[in-house]
Each structure stands twice: as C-alpha cells, then as structure tokens.
Ligand binder design. Structure first.
Ligand code: R5P
Length: 295
C-alpha cells in the first residue's frame, strides 16, 4: 500500500484517503520563513507515495509547496509520486489567445514533472479545449480524472423535483447529460461566449422551464458571473426552484455567493475539492476508489 502525504491545504482529505486505502498518512511540517519562503520538513517515505494538495485559495503558494514537497519526497525515497490535486488550477489557461500569452497549464505541469511527480489525479478537470489525453500528452506526467457529478446530482435530487438540467456552455454537456440521466430528466446547454477573462455573454435558448425545478451544473464557479446570468435567464422564463451544483467552488469574487442568491438561487451545492460553506459532497471516497485502480 502507498504512503499518503498531506499538503497543508487538505490534511483532512489526506487522512480520509489514507484510511480508505488502509494505510498511514504523514503530515509534513510546512512553515513560512519571515521573508515569505516556504520551509518544509517531512518524515522519510518509500515506494509509491500519494501526495494530497489542492490549489486554492492561493494557487501559486500551493504550487510552490507542492513542487518543494514532491521534490523532497523523491529525495527521501519515494519511487512513484501520485499527486492528488482535487482542484487543478491553471487548466483554464490551456491555449494562446493572443501572441505571447503563456499556456500556463503546460508550464505548470512541467514544473511538477521536474519535481518528480509521475501522476496527477484530479476531479472534473477543465477540459474545454484539450482532451484528457491531449493535456496528459503535454508532459510525461500522466493525468487521471474522476467526476463528482453523480454525487452532486444525487445531492441536488434531495431538494428538487425532476429538475431540468442546464449546462451553461457546450463544454458542460458531459456533466449535464449525466446528471439528467441520473435524475431521469432532460437537459440542455446554453451558448456562452467569453468576451474577456471577466466578461461573458450567455445566449438563452428557447427552453421550456416554466414552473419546473432547474439544476444548473458546472465545473467551476469563480466570479459567479456565468451562473448568475444563467439564473437570471431561467427566472425570466418562469423557472420554479433553482439549484446550482458545481465541483469547484473557487468563489473568487467577494460577492460571488451572495450574488448567486441575489440572482435567485435556492440551493448552492459544491464538493470539498475546495472547502467552502457549500461543500456537501466529499470527493475523498471517489478519489480513493480511483487510486485503488491506478496504484
Ligand atoms: C468555464 O468555461 C467554466 O466551465 C466555468 O463556467 C467558469 O470558469 C465560471 O467562471 P465564472 O464563475 O467566473 O463565470
């Protein structure tokens, strides 16, 4: 069985993954020097090591800690490192929109590769332009993905009656379709155009939601703008109760959660890839099952 090592962001998840695998979890000491440098001391490890670290709320800080720790774990005796990164940041920067723009996901994976990471396992990866295979092919780090959509749909089903499932854009179709299957309902996806990193346009469809409960499903809620626009559009069409379920509650805008309620959301449901007050779905067991498969 592998040893499980916790990054500073998710000690509880590391502990529950270790318990599910019937193995021991280690908790390296992660401190800050007065000038801001990260200082890490880890117990010795050997063989395959599962390292658990999410990339929120400070993705760059978490990344540096992940690089320093995984590099250290290899030096201490790890032969294979599987980094469990429930929320994998930088995946939205997967293409060059303008000359000179960094394809940051590539740079980030190269850093992990250089540190000695062999595999990355994440949840509902933002694969809007690249497939999992293509993203995995960017470096020698093998990417694995699990989905929280079944658990999110099940949770939403506790509150809503046979809801129409709505995905904000074509990329969310894989989650909307699956959720609708599980809830024995129908689904649709809207047309979303991103005008700038902070501005989007949602084109409403002629979807009949009058008097129906609606479940909006997406991978990430960051500023909340996308879901707010979808909720407003659904409300104007006479939707009944509305739940928004999302895997990663980045909630980067200070007003993001309040804005969703203001727009008319009745229920907000997310997972604990990023811990927040809406984390009702624990992805620990889903990750542990996948680990058993790839170990
Ligand atoms: C985009 O393609 C993603 O799937 C999400 O819809 C997006 O990241 C949400 O961002 P925001 O909450 O800032 O609108």
């Amino acid at each position: 069985m592998p040893e499980v090592v916790a990054g500073s962001s998710h000690p509880g998840m590391a502990f529950s993954i270790a318990r599910a695998l019937g193995t021991k979890a280690y908790f390296p000491k992660v401190e800050k020097f007065p000038d801001g440098e990260t200082h890490i001391v880890s117990p010795p490890v050997k063989g395959t090591v599962v390292y658990v670290q999410t990339m929120h709320p400070y993705p760059n800080e978490m990344l540096v800690e992940m690089e320093l720790t995984t590099n250290l774990l290899k030096e201490l005796g790890a032969t294979r490192i599987i980094a469990v990164v429930p929320y994998l940041a930088y995946t939205r920067q997967d293409t060059r929109h303008e000359e000179g723009e960094a394809i940051a996901i590539k740079g980030m994976l190269r850093m992990l590769e250089a540190a000695g990471v062999n595999d990355v396992l994440s949840v509902d990866i933002h694969l809007h332009r690249l497939s999992l295979k293509a993203m995995s092919g960017l470096t020698s780090v093998t990417l694995h993905e699990v989905s929280a959509v079944d658990a999110l749909a099940k949770e939403a089903g506790r509150y809503l009656k046979k809801p129409v499932v709505v995905g904000p854009d074509s990329e969310s179709e894989r989650w909307a379709k699956r959720a609708a299957e599980l809830l024995d309902s129908n689904y649709d996806v809207l047309e979303k155009t991103r005008i700038s990193p902070k501005e989007i346009e949602i084109r409403p469809k002629t979807m009949d939601v009058k008097g129906r409960d609606v479940l909006i499903i997406d991978d990430i809620v960051s500023t909340g703008d996308t879901i707010m626009k979808v909720i407003s559009s659904l409300k104007s069409k006479g939707a009944n109760r509305i739940a928004a379920a999302f895997t990663h509650g980045v909630l980067s805008g200070e007003d993001a959660a309040a804005g969703l309620y203001r727009a008319g959301a009745d229920y907000l449901i997310s997972t604990n890839t990023i811990n927040n007050e809406f984390s009702r779905v624990d992805v620990g067991p889903i990750i542990a099952e996948k680990l058993k498969e790839i170990l």
